[in-house]
Each structure stands twice: as structure tokens, then as C-alpha cells.
Unconditional design. Structure first.
Ligand code: SD4
Length: 371
């Protein structure tokens, strides 16, 4: 993961030489793009696209936005853009933010409905307004004024998953209005629910119904964060998501929060996150990672320190932390990069131009016990 700079820095020692001075002294960077991994090779395709735009001389922000657009428009990725899992009302609400390093400008949208590519709207908020963030109905109104088409973002698969989630809900007496038999033992319960779903959606494939039930019980994590660096040392970054499945309408996560789900300092580097936004916001994660790098930590350590702060908020109680999925991604201005997760097992995507876009293993804070 290291470029030549990082080896030199390690020899010199971070304390001996403020990182910022070293980075400013650099001449040419090797282009690098990193992103979260995402399903269906979403991250690999995103990084490949962004690297292609950079290679063709495109702007670093245009590059990452072109990259994440692939995932936003892919209905199979149900954590981002079109096809994202909806809120508790069955409405898909999207969050996105972007930062353009060279101009130090930023934009964001929160809880926007009906627009497949919120990252593009965030960029227009940055470019075309004197504001930094638009949310809800105002964000949609702005997008439409900018020529975006309002569309239904709820795919049939996401709608089925939403209904399955509703069927999984119980009142305190164990009753649900959305289907019978759920107070049976777990296996029977699952079979009963799948049968019920089959009756409601006779044309849906069995694996779609099984997946819907799985999503209802264990809402999946997703989101895409992408950070880029070109040969001139210019950087940009974007994060885009449909947020937490089944959320309360209007809930914004960390992804549209500048400093939370995304931060970039053109003199230092960028960082972003995926996973449980609330826990990230409690440590201003992306900003913390970049500040750590600014003060000399390599990306890997900058991330691990931030994850330790998350853990500290739970008094390092791993039982409670077991419910928290959180990943950070960091790219330093000299091209050194890393990703790290609270729990072992994550991967992230990288394109360096030296090799085809691929995934690598993230570092992690904790291993899950096998018991
Ligand atoms: C959020 N961070 O809305 C996003 C969701 C996410 O994996 O990344 N899920 O909190």
C-alpha cells in the first residue's frame, strides 16, 4: 500500500517532519482512486471508471462522480441510488456529498427523493448555489430546476423487501397486521413468512423472497465512498447512499454530512465512510481521519485511531459494538491509502494505474469471536 514517500516518511519519522511540509514538497503523484467495495463489483467498476476519466485528463471530482454514478444507477445495489432500500414509508430517500480539493468547494443533499444520481445534485449545489446543503423537498425542487427528471426509485425487489420488513414487525403482544404466524418458532416463522410472501408476490422468484426476508431481519449495509488523486496531486471525493434501510422518513445519516461521511483537505488527503452513520457522526469520522493524517499518522493508523474513538463511545464493550458495522477509507496526497473496519472482514476497491482495478483487504480493529 505504500508509495516511495511513505517509506521515506517512515525513515524520517512523522514527529521529526510535519507531514504537511513533506507533502507540499512533492512533485508528481501517481494517480490513485479508492472506493468501498460494494456488491456486483460496484467498487471495482467505480474505480476503473474514475481512473479512466483521470487518465483522459478529466477533473478529479468529475472522475469520482462518474465512478459512483455506475453504482447509483445499478438497481442491483440496494444501498445506493436507484433500487436503494426505502424508508419505513416505502420511499427511497438518498443522501450524498462531494468535495473538490483544488477549489476547496463542497456540496451535499440529504433525504432527496426521486433522483437517481444524488451525487450529481450535490455537485450542482456546490457549483450553482451559495449554499452547501439542500434537503428533502427543497433538494428535489432544486434538482428539477437543474433539469433532472423525477423518477420512482423503488424497484420491485426493494418493494418486496419493504413489505417483508413490515411483516417482521410486532407490537408488544407479538401481533402484526401484516401477516399471520410470525409468533411461531424461528424456522417455522421464516417458512410461514415466505409462504405468505409467495401468496402476495406469486411472480417473484424464491431467492428474491428469501433475500427480502433476510433484509427485513438483518438490514444490509452499503453506500459508496470514492476518493481520487491525479498526477498533479489534485484530489476530490464523494459519498452517496440510500442510507439505513427502514429509517424514519427525513433521517439523514453521515454520508451528506461534510466532515462526517466525507472530508478532504487538498493539502493532506481525503477520507470517507460507510456503515452505521450515527456512530461515525459521534466521532466526526472522516474529518478525524484526515486530521490524524495531517498530524503524521499513515492512513491505516489514522483510521484505526478513529475506530478506537468509536469503540470508546461504547466503553469498548464488544457485545454492544457487535451491532455496529463501520468502515473508513483514506487516501493521502502522496498516494498512500488504506481502508479499515471496526470488525474484520471488509474489502475495498483500488485503481492505481499500475494494475487493473481490484479489491484489497481492509485493516480492522476487532475480530469476531468464533463462539
Ligand atoms: C448511513 N452510512 O446512512 C450510511 C449507510 C451505510 O452501510 O453506509 N450503510 O448511515
Amino acid at each position: 500500500m505504500s508509495g516511495t514517500f511513505s517509506r521515506r516518511a517512515a525513515v524520517l519519522g512523522a514527529a521529526a517532519l510535519p507531514i504537511i511540509q513533506v507533502l507540499k514538497g512533492q512533485s508528481k503523484s501517481r494517480p490513485v482512486v479508492i472506493s468501498s467495495a460494494n456488491r456486483n463489483d460496484g467498487g471495482v467498476n467505480c474505480c476503473a471508471k474514475a481512473a479512466e476519466v483521470i487518465k483522459a485528463g478529466g477533473d478529479t471530482l468529475d472522475a469520482v462522480i462518474a465512478g459512483v454514478n455506475i453504482v447509483e444507477l445499478d438497481p442491483r445495489d440496494n444501498s445506493v441510488g436507484y433500487g436503494g432500500l426505502p424508508n419505513e414509508d416505502g420511499v427511497v430517500q438518498l443522501d450524498a456529498s462531494c468535495i473538490h480539493g483544488p477549489t476547496r468547494r463542497m456540496g451535499a443533499v440529504g433525504a432527496i427523493e426521486g433522483i437517481k444520481t444524488p451525487s450529481k445534485v450535490a455537485k450542482l449545489v456546490m457549483e450553482q448555489t451559495d449554499h452547501m446543503m439542500l434537503v428533502g423537498a427543497g433538494a428535489l425542487k432544486f434538482a428539477k430546476a437543474m433539469g433532472f427528471q423525477e423518477e420512482n426509485l423503488l424497484t420491485e425487489e426493494s418493494r418486496i423487501a419493504w413489505i417483508a420488513w413490515k411483516m417482521s414487525l410486532r407490537d408488544r403482544n407479538g401481533h402484526t397486521n401484516w401477516g399471520p404466524g410470525l409468533d411461531a418458532p424461528p424456522e417455522k416463522q421464516k417458512a410461514a413468512v415466505l409462504q405468505e410472501l409467495k401468496g402476495m408476490f406469486p411472480d417473484a422468484a424464491d431467492d428474491v423472497l428469501a433475500q427480502a426476508w433476510e433484509y427485513a431481519i438483518h438490514p444490509p449495509h452499503g453506500t459508496i465512498n470514492c476518493i481520487s488523486l491525479n498526477e498533479k496531486g489534485e484530489m476530490s471525493a464523494v459519498t452517496t447512499t440510500s442510507g439505513m434501510a427502514w429509517k424514519i422518513p427525513g433521517r439523514c445519516g453521515d454520508s451528506p454530512i461534510i466532515g462526517g461521511g466525507l472530508w478532504l483537505d487538498q493539502d493532506v488527503g481525503g477520507a470517507g465512510s460507510t456503515g452505521r452513520g450515527e456512530e461515525n457522526l459521534r466521532v466526526c469520522g472522516a474529518h478525524t481521519v484526515v486530521e490524524n493524517m495531517k498530524h503524521g499518522m499513515p492512513p491505516k493508523d489514522a483510521i484505526l485511531d478513529t475506530l478506537k474513538r468509536v469503540s470508546r463511545n461504547f466503553n469498548d464493550d464488544k457485545k454492544r459494538l457487535a451491532a455496529v458495522e463501520l468502515d473508513f477509507y483514506a487516501l493521502r496526497k502522496d498516494g498512500e491509502y488504506a481502508a479499515g473496519s471496526l470488525w474484520q472482514g471488509s474489502r475495498f476497491a483500488v485503481s492505481t494505474g499500475d494494475a487493473a482495478s481490484h479489491t484489497e483487504q481492509s485493516v480492522y480493529l476487532y475480530e469476531r469471536s468464533r463462539a
